[in-house]
Design a protein around this ligand. Sequence first.
Ligand code: PXG
Length: 285
Amino acid sequence: MSIKVYINGEYFAKEDAKISVFDHGLLYGDGIFEGMRAYSGKVFRHQAHMDRLWNSARAIALEIPMTKEEMMKAVDDTLALNGLTDAYIRLVVTRGAGNLGLNPYNCSNPQVIIITDKITLYPQALYDNGMEIVTASTIRMPAAALSPRIKSLNYLNNIMAKLEAKTAGCEEALLLNFKGEIAECTGDNIFIIKDEVIYTPPTDAGILEGITRAAVIDLAKELGYEVREVARTRHDLYIADECFLTGSAAELIPVVKIDMRPIGDGKVGPVTKDLITHFRDLIVR
Ligand code: PXG
C-alpha cells in the first residue's frame, strides 16, 4: 500500500501528493519545515518541534492556518493512517501559490504538508565505529543574512557543504561561521569532549537550535557531566578527546576523524558511548 500524504486536511496517495508550480515554496524556497521522529507510536519532543515550527513561521511572517494542537493531531492521524509507529516525519509549510514575483503578500493558501515514512538511518557501522567528517569551505549563513534558527526551505547553504562532504567521501561536513568558529554540520549539531567536559556551540554561533541537541544537553547534565555552550574553533576539535553529532535523523552519532585527522585515539570514546546508551533509554523504541 502506498504511503498517504497529508496536504491541507486531505490525504493523497504518494503519487498524487502534489502542489502548484506557482507555490513560492518552490519558486523561492519561501517556507519552513520540521524533521521529526516517532518512536513506538509517540512523536519525540512533539511540542518542541511545534514551538520551533511556529517560531520559524513567525520569523518569516507566515501564518500557519491551524493551531499547534491541530497540527499535532494531524501528525498523529497521518502516522496512524499509514500504520507507522517508528517513523520519520517531514512537516512542510509553504507560502502558497502566488504570481511570478517575490511578494509574499500576493500568495494565498499556504500548504501544510505532512509526510511520514519509514526511517533510513546511517549504516550501523558508523554508529559502532564512528564517522569521518571534513570542514567545508562553505561558511554557515550569517544570522544577519538569514538566521540559521529558521528551519527554512532555503537549504542551499547546507547543500553546498553537503556537496563538499560527499566529494570528500564523507557523509557530513562541518560548517564554520564567518568568525571561523564551529557552527554545525549540514543537518546535525556538533558536540566536542575535552577532559570530560562537553562543549557545544551556542545559538549565537549561528546554528539551528536542534531539538536533539537540547535533549542531549539535558541528558548529559542529568548524568552529571559539565556542559558548556561556548564558541569553539577547529583547534578545539583537533585537540579534542571525542566528538559526536546530534539530529532527529541521525540521533547521536560518533565522529572519529575530522579533516583526515583522528579525534583522540580515533575510536568511539567513553562519554559518547555513555550518552548513546542513555539516549536509547530516552527514546524507548
Ligand atoms: N542543524 C541543521 C542545519 C539541521 O537541519 C539539525 C541541526 C538537528 O536538529 P534536530 O532538531 O533534528 O535535532 C538539523 C536538523 C532531513 C532532516 O531530512 C534534516 C534535519 C532533521 C531531520 C531530517 O533533511 N535537520
